[in-house]
Design a protein around this ligand. Structure first.
Ligand code: IMP
Ligand code: MG
Length: 185
């Protein structure tokens, strides 16, 4: 009988490394938005830990809101259908908006979010991603602040999940599936 696949985690970015990058990102954002009020839009759920840490290092006045999305596979990655499941509660018209995402992968999610936010006429619209898997991009996305660039692999921890699990881990890990014999899948 086939054993259940086991999930093997290996440390990728330690909590100290993550905290260091978050501090640097916050310093850049503080410089760029000095004298302005910033409206941060977090994409649920993967950004909640990153966002909580980053905003506590900001010195500019901040408003925080969230959007929720669902994506439905239509056969292939490039034909994902993305639907808004939770809209903003605040108006972004005329505001300086910074979208925060946990991981930029194909770019489809963020592209969808940036497009509908742009229609609401913010004064400016920028993007901050904790992890950028640039090589996997299908839709081109301009990203203004990046924590880490990653070429391959699936990661969990620091708010980021695999099937809704592992969000609570303080560090960021690679996750791989292996069967009972320890063979990689
Ligand atoms: P995109 O639309 O392909 O850019 O997908 C981005 C979304 O896919 C992110 O918000 C994550 O939820 C998810 N995702 C992509 N890569 C990973 C990963 O390595 N771990 C966990 N979630 C991921
Ligand atoms: Mg996500």
């Amino acid at each position: 009988m086939q054993g259940l696949p086991m999930e093997r985690l290996t440390l990728l970015y330690s909590r100290e490394e993550v905290a260091g990058r978050v501090k640097e990102l916050a310093e850049a954002i503080n410089r760029d938005y000095a004298g302005r009020e910033l409206l941060i839009v977090g994409i649920l759920k993967g950004t909640f830990v990153f966002l909580a840490d980053l905003i506590r290092r900001l010195k500019v006045p901040v408003i925080v809101d969230f959007v929720g999305l669902s994506s439905y596979g239509l056969g292939s990655e490039s034909s994902q259908q993305i639907v808004l499941t939770k809209d903003l509660q605040v108006s972004i018209e005329g505001k300086d908006v910074l979208v925060m995402e946990d991981i930029l992968d194909t770019g489809l999610t963020v592209d969808f979010v940036l497009k509908f936010l742009r229609e609401r006429r913010p004064a400016s619209l920028k993007l901050c991603a904790l992890i950028d898997k640039r090589e996997r991009r299908i839709v081109p996305v301009a990203v203004d602040y990046v924590g880490f660039e990653l070429d391959k692999g699936f990661v969990v921890g620091y708010g980021i999940d695999y099937a809704e699990r592992y969000r609570h881990l303080p560090d960021i890990h690679r996750i791989e599936l292996e069967d009972e014999q320890g063979r990689e899948k």
